[in-house]
Design a protein around this ligand. Structure first.
Ligand code: F3S
Length: 66
């Protein structure tokens, strides 16, 4: 299966500020309660904007099955 670089959000670190959701140019992140989640892995362009936007460094890009 092909791999794709996707954001992995550490739930224990995320403070639910929604900065990553605002930063995403293709709107593939959303809030699930008070945590951010990737809702559309297929739509992610692997740009890394969410990683840069997070004030607590809760997001890292990770190669996962596409
Ligand atoms: Fe905020 Fe998203 Fe980080 S909600 S704390 S920018 S994972």
């Amino acid at each position: 299966m092909p791999k794709k670089s996707l954001p992995k959000i550490d739930n224990d670190t995320c403070i639910g500020c929604s900065a990553c959701i605002s930063a995403c140019p293709v709107s593939v992140l959303e809030m699930d309660g008070d945590k951010a989640v990737l809702k559309d892995a297929a739509g992610c362009t692997s740009c890394g904007a969410c990683v840069d936007s997070c004030p607590v460094s809760a997001i890292a890009m990770e190669d996962r099955d596409a």
